[in-house]
Design a binder for this molecule. Structure first.
Ligand SMILES: *[C@@H]1O[C@H](CO)[C@@H](O)[C@H](O)[C@H]1NC(C)=O
Ligand SMILES: *[C@@H]1O[C@H](CO)[C@@H](O)[C@H](O)[C@H]1NC(C)=O
Ligand SMILES: *[C@@H]1O[C@H](CO)[C@@H](O)[C@H](O)[C@H]1NC(C)=O
Ligand SMILES: *[C@@H]1O[C@H](CO)[C@@H](O)[C@H](O)[C@H]1NC(C)=O
Ligand SMILES: *[C@@H]1O[C@H](CO)[C@@H](O)[C@H](O)[C@H]1NC(C)=O
Ligand SMILES: *[C@@H]1O[C@H](CO)[C@@H](O)[C@H](O)[C@H]1NC(C)=O
Ligand SMILES: *[C@@H]1O[C@H](CO)[C@@H](O)[C@H](O)[C@H]1NC(C)=O
Length: 900
């Protein structure tokens, strides 16, 4: 073929690609029992979850490129039906719901896309993603063989698939989408629906496949998925998992790398106070996670082989939450999930790297990627027992490609094993990856990446059995958001002609349609002189009882706040004071995120169930269930949108004096400036009680300050299997103090902040802060493995892995827009302690400080070789040296001058 012709062909191909799709040359996606097959090649794919509405479009490009940088091949997300179709037939595909834009940005970064349509998605999202109007479709029953439901579901799924096709986003069109999901964890629910459950599942599969999207569909946690749908696993561990057919690859749709937090509901009866135990942040320790990852990669393979007696290689896809983000507005599910959906993910709620988790996973992904040639080249790994609790899994083909995983499943002790005539020491409960069956490139328990401590919030830390770093929140750093506030009171009770009266108790959601969290119930009772006398003589007090209630109720009698209770379907008993004559009983029922998980969600509802009665009357109980009740949906302030920038004049704000006595149900307003620079910003609402906040008309979310119990956070040991009670953090702290305000929602000054506060709290102590990595620490020893970038892999040659034997490296970095401003500790030798508590050992290179200072000060990032050469000689012969460093990052703009 002549050169000219070749070039012509190339031009033609490129043009074809552009015509068919904008991002990739069109490619087909298939699969077999071994792997996903992308454009004819078996692949081992790593997928990262980013839920687009949990960030702003302005954040997406950075999140996607950081995911790519962290070694992610695929971005996955659910599709949020209630965000896209808040009113039946009226679609929203803009702003945070601009799904097409999100998919295109992923493609523009060269990453694939896994679209989990659902449209039931769970996702710790309000109502599991279902629009609340769906409850009102006549005759509807969700997620079962029910025609009205199936019609609605099919209409929405088709809408999404058609949209993706119109935008040429499927792989065969040159787009990034390689896989789709229908339903979500239905396997856990199917049995509740009897035979109709199975019929529905089969229908859903058939309907999905019938949409002709041209890429494979999966169903997660669906052991009975039909032949043409891949069943996949979700969980902390998936080693017991195998798909239900030999023709399907192993896919781990959710590898739980963290978890979310909620205001855990107490089942006790609560009278008059708001003081509850809350859930703790479940932080997975690094080594644990990494072990889970790599451990499963090969365990899944061997387990599958052992049980089926097959000689095959299985290349799983594994997928995990890469970025959690924020449940803006009232999108948090639950009930009672918090506004943050940080998830302890590799990218934190604000989009910054969570170190060392991000870096350790990046290394893991890179190590696995370097093994990919061997992993896909052989049809079966060889399994060798190296000891009673040690094993090797070897992938070696005839062409000399070879990678091995050495595992020590002993939870207590490290072990030295001999593999192919070489000795390896394996820390307890860990896996070492030998890229070329000789050199260790990674061990799941050895962290060689930096620890970061941010100005706001605490990150998980990975050092083996070492204490968590201290929190850096000195009181003098507090910056109050404003000292000038205005206020207006929200009326307590019925506030407009939009009220209505009904004889009986209406179900909360049937009335509010979830347009607001709040629903007022008002009734009037008559108390006779005899009753008063009876109470005086008997010394009894009348008691209001609600048989069953969720999520929160405030009780008022004759306009006075009397008590509150919260919980999930709890009984409420509240002693009350009544006077002779007419008395108003006023209840404010509240939802705090709708149920997102479980069967029969359409029947779940909210508010009150059973009877509401007053007991202790002379003539017995006074049942209020069939009384006339006056209803009012929502707050007056919500109705008049007093949080909107355009709002002018419907309410009269008055200045809030500094010494004002705080009152219940107050709106507060101020204008504020934001800290300069590019760092994300957060506001601290831990001085407030419960309510909601808006910035420049954007609904940030609900807040609720509840404290976790002081104990329960035992020291965390990464060793051994993970369970949901292991490694709790956040003891004694508010479940959430800091609330993310996206930069794109504010300008430098004069931002409108509106708060609705339900309890007796004034806003003077609300503070604002930039969120950035302030303290960075590193600890790398001479005997650590060389940096992964020093490995080079042959593309098409003989399979030899070429290793340029390099010294281990320490890489340190500040967030974008920040630079290293000072060195708090640096020692090459035998330093002791951990981050924020390093101290010199007997051996210390006198050049430690100058080497670090030369390499790092004033820079955003730096790499230091951990070797005698780099430190101008050996400070102590015959001892393994360690480099420990602690430095400070500051916004670049503030430090350039001070370094001069
Ligand atoms: C994808 O598969 C279809 C159907 O088998 C085929 O017509 C098409 O050419 C394939 N596309 C590519 C890019 O391989
Ligand atoms: C409640 O509604 C009725 C009938 O529309 C109206 O007369 C009454 O004023 C309303 N109550 C309030 C407090 O606005
Ligand atoms: C809610 O309203 C629906 C009709 O839209 C009705 O079928 C259902 O029983 C109501 N739920 C309750 C608990 O009252
Ligand atoms: C509710 O109000 C209606 C209309 O005023 C009245 O006829 C009815 O008797 C009242 N019911 C109760 C239980 O008070
Ligand atoms: C494999 O290729 C590398 C570089 O291409 C070469 O240096 C090496 O000698 C080759 N090994 C064998 C066994 O052919
Ligand atoms: C600091 O390190 C020393 C040993 O170097 C240790 O004894 C001490 O407990 C550590 N303190 C904290 C708070 O971690
Ligand atoms: C490292 O810092 C330099 C400037 O100090 C910057 O140009 C570069 O982009 C940084 N690299 C990364 C990966 O952040």
């Amino acid at each position: 073929m002549g050169l000219k012709f070749q070039r012509l062909l190339f031009v033609l191909i490129v043009q074809l690609a552009v015509v068919a799709g904008e991002f990739f040359k069109p490619f087909n996606v298939t699969y077999d029992g071994r792997a996903m097959i992308i454009d004819g090649k078996r692949r081992m794919l790593i997928s990262g979850g980013i839920h687009y509405p949990r960030a702003t479009p302005e954040m997406w490009p950075d999140l996607i490129s950081k995911s790519k940088d962290g070694g992610v091949d695929v971005i996955e997300t659910y599709v949020f039906w209630n965000g896209h179709e808040p009113v039946r037939g009226q679609y929203v595909f803009e702003g945070r719901y601009d799904l097409v834009k999100f998919v295109k940005q992923v493609a523009a970064n060269g990453l694939y896309f896994f679209l989990r349509i659902g449209p039931y998605v769970c996702a710790e999202w309000n109502f599991g993603g279902f629009p609340v109007w769906l409850r009102d479709v006549p005759g509807i029953e969700f997620r079962t063989d029910n025609a009205p439901f199936k019609d609605e579901m099919e209409r929405f799924v088709k809408k999404i698939v058609d949209l993706m096709r119109e935008e040429s986003l499927f792989s065969w069109q040159g787009g990034p989408i390689i896989m789709l999901q229908i339903e979500n964890e239905y396997g856990n629910m199917e049995s509740f629906y009897g035979s109709k459950g199975k019929d529905y599942m089969r229908w859903a599969a058939k309907m999905a496949v019938g949409l002709d999207a041209g890429v494979p569909w999966v169903m997660c946690k669906q052991v009975d998925a039909p032949e043409n749908i891949i069943d996949t696993c979700n969980g902390y561990y998936c080693d017991g998992f195998k798909p239900n057919s030999n023709n399907k690859p192993i896919i781990w749709t959710e590898e739980w790398d963290g978890w979310t937090r909620d205001y855990k509901l107490s089942s006790c009866i609560l009278v008059g106070v708001i003081e509850f135990p809350i859930a703790l942040h479940k932080t997975l320790r690094l080594q644990l996670l990494a072990f889970s990852n790599v451990g499963e990669v090969f365990r899944i393979i061997t387990c599958r082989m052992a049980s089926l007696g097959l000689v095959k290689l299985f290349n799983p896809v594994f997928s995990f939450q890469y970025f959690g983000g924020t449940n803006f507005g009232r999108s948090a599910g639950g009930p009672t999930y918090i506004t943050s959906y940080d998830y302890d993910a590799p990218l934190d709620e604000y989009g910054l790297l969570r170190q060392p988790k991000w870096g350790h996973l990046k290394d893991l992904h890179a190590a696995i990627k370097l093994c990919e040639p061997a992993l896909v080249a052989v049809s079966s790994p060889k399994y060798i027992k190296l000891g009673s609790k040690q094993e090797a899994h070897i992938y070696q083909d005839k062409g000399q490609k070879c990678s091995a995983f050495l595992a020590n499943i002993d939870e207590q002790n490290s072990a030295t094993v001999v593999f192919q005539k070489q000795a390896y020491t394996l820390p307890p409960w860990s896996v070492s990856i030998l890229l070329d069956c000789k050199n260790v490139a990674y061990n799941t328990a050895k962290i060689g990446v930096q620890t970061s401590i941010k100005t706001v919030g605490v990150d998980s830390v990975a050092y083996l059995n070492e204490p968590l770093p201290m929190k850096l929140m000195a009181p003098y750093e507090v910056e109050y958001i404003s000292q000038t506030w205005e206020t207006v009171k929200e009326p307590i009770g019925v506030w407009s002609a939009r009220n209505f009266t009904y004889q009986g108790i209406l179900e909360h959601l049937n009335v509010t349609k979830d347009q607001s969290d709040y629903l007022w119930y008002l009734t009037r009772i008559y108390v006779s002189n005899e009753d008063i006398k009876f109470w005086e003589e008997s010394q009894l007090i009348p008691v209001l009882t609600i048989d069953s209630m969720r999520d929160l109720v405030y009780i008022f009698v004759n306009g006075q706040f009397t008590g509150s209770a919260r919980g999930k379907w709890v009984t409420v008993t509240q002693p009350i004071d009544l006077k002779e004559g007419y008395n108003d009983i006023l209840l404010l029922s509240q939802t705090v995120g709708l149920q997102n998980y479980g069967a029969f969600l359409e029947k779940d509802g909210a508010g009150f169930r059973g009877q509401i009665k007053l007991s202790g009357f002379k003539n017995g109980d006074l049942v209020l269930t069939e009384s006339n009740w006056t209803y009012q949906v929502g707050l007056k302030g919500e109705y008049f949108k007093i949080y909107a920038i355009s709002e002018k004049g419907t309410v009269e704000w008055s200045k809030l004096p500094r010494d004002a006595t705080a009152t219940r149900f107050s709106w507060y307003k101020t204008y504020f400036d934001v800290p300069g620079g590019v760092d994300p910003i957060a506001i601290d609402l831990s001085s407030m009680g419960k309510g909601q906040i808006w910035v420049n008309g954007h609904h940030i979310g609900r807040y609720w300050t509840l404290y976790a119990p002081k104990d329960g956070c035992q020291t965390c040991d990464y060793r051994g299997a993970y369970d949901s009670n292991k490694c709790l953090t956040n003891c004694g702290e508010p479940t959430q103090s800091w609330y993310h305000i996206p930069r794109s929602w504010v300008q430098p000054s004069n931002n409108l902040l509106i708060i609705f506060e339900e309890t007796e709290k004034n806003p003077f102590e609300i503070s604002i802060k930039s969120h950035y990595t302030e303290t960075i620490c590193g600890k790398v020893s001479e005997d650590h493995f060389p940096p992964l970038h020093s490995w080079s892999l042959p593309e098409t040659t003989n399979g030899t892995v070429v290793l340029n034997r390099m010294a281990p490296e320490m890489y340190l970095h500040c967030d974008a827009g920040n630079s290293i401003s000072s060195i708090k500790f640096a020692s090459y030798g035998t330093p002791q302690g951990s981050c924020q508590n390093f101290s010199r050992g007997d051996c210390h290179s006198p050049n430690s400080y100058s080497v670090l200072s030369e390499a790092c000060l004033g820079r955003q990032n730096c790499s230091i070789s951990v070797s005698n050469d780099a430190f101008g000689g050996d400070p102590c012969h015959g001892v393994v040296k360690t480099l420990s460093v602690e430095m400070k990052c500051s916004p670049s703009s503030t430090i350039t001058s001070s370094l001069m």
